[in-house]
Ligand binder design. Structure first.
Ligand SMILES: O=C(O)CCC(=O)C(=O)O
Ligand SMILES: [Fe+2]
Length: 320
């Protein structure tokens, strides 16, 4: 397989280790500047990560009819078709050249917490005769990623000079969404509005992204698109809109996009970590003063997420 980079402008994305005692101090600097970093020392074994990618490949290799049968348009779970999502509708002439599969926390319909309006419900699972290990691998990874993201939020709290546990209550029942992505072999043509994944910021507090060895991810830094070199088995972490609101813009929800070529298919696995659906997100008292009034209207985490899904997903049909 030939893997060619879309651009040659590589810059160094900082690396933070979760087990580094200096992590909060380093995070502060990274979050105030670039808003993207590699995260290591996360405790996941390379084999665990490879298993998730292997199951993802097997899922996307199913027939189109089998995949389309696994779609829940009310809660945005399960399969989303190639080009169903358009992350930058203002400039894109076609949908993102990728297909996806959303997995949230499994909440059976008999559970008192079941509430599709708040995206709380069961997942779509392929038949265990067809993909016998898929569910266990995905549920295992969802649990592990939830714990890692919860710890990352504690490190972020410390980096802001807050108590380690400051945000804990907002993440007791987080909206934690694992998404498998499969990019088509397709040349992105930004000048014609064709993107693998249009420019956007993520919606929650932080995203833990795993990618295969294929390039394509770019971030907007100092008004220039720069490449994020793939580093399999490390997370690429970016901050989301909720953290930008909480910190009054001190921490950046950085714009990013993906460009691909016709040389390779690309697989990536973002894990989106959003606060409890009802959380009201507003400027932290430590991030405002007389000369620096709140810049953003307070928002409700879940409402922000649902309205973003409505803007970007053609098939999303929330129960309302
Ligand atoms: O595939 C990638 O590398 C990034 C995907 C992404 O930014 C997203 O799904 O929000
Ligand atoms: Fe993203």
């Amino acid at each position: 397989m030939t893997i060619s980079a879309v651009s040659t402008r590589w810059v160094t994305i900082p690396t933070i280790r979760m087990d580094d005692p200096e992590a909060p101090t380093k995070l502060k600097d990274v979050c105030e500047n670039i808003g993207f970093f590699y995260l290591e020392g996360h405790g996941l074994e390379p084999d665990e990560i490879d298993d998730v990618f292997e199951q993802s490949r097997q899922l996307f290799a199913l027939s189109q009819a089998e995949k389309e049968a696994l779609s829940d348009k009310i809660m945005s779970r399960g399969y989303t078709n190639m080009q169903e999502e358009t992350l930058d509708p203002a400039v894109q002439t076609e949908g993102d050249t990728k297909e996806g599969y959303y997995i949230g926390k499994e909440i059976p319909i008999t559970d008192p917490k079941y509430d599709p309006k708040k995206l709380r419900g069961p997942n779509q699972w392929p038949d265990s005769d067809i993909l016998p290990n898929f569910r266990a691998v995905m549920e295992g990874y969802h649990n592990r990623a939830t714990k890692i993201a919860f710890r990352l939020v504690q490190l972020l709290a410390m980096s802001l000079g807050l108590e380690e546990t400051y945000f804990d209550k907002d993440f007791e029942e987080p909206v934690a969404t694992l998404r498998l992505l499969h990019y088509d072999k397709r040349q992105s043509e930004p000048e014609k509005g064709v993107y693998a994944c249009g420019a956007h910021s993520d919606y929650g507090i932080a995203t833990l992204l795993l990618t295969d060895e294929c390039p394509g991810l770019q971030i907007l830094h100092n008004e220039e698109w720069i490449d994020v070199p793939p580093r399999p088995h490390s997370f690429v972490v970016n901050l989301g809109d909720m953290l930008q609101v909480w910190t009054n813009g001190k921490y950046k929800s950085t714009l990013h996009r993906v460009l691909t070529t016709s040389d390779y298919e690309r697989y990536s696995i973002p894990f989106f970590f959003d606060p409890v659906f009802e959380t009201v997100v507003e400027c932290l008292p430590t991030c405002t003063d007389e000369r620096n009034p709140p810049k953003y209207f307070p928002t409700t985490a879940g409402q922000h997420l649902v309205s973003k899904y409505e803007e970007t997903h053609a098939d999303f049909a929330p129960e309302n």
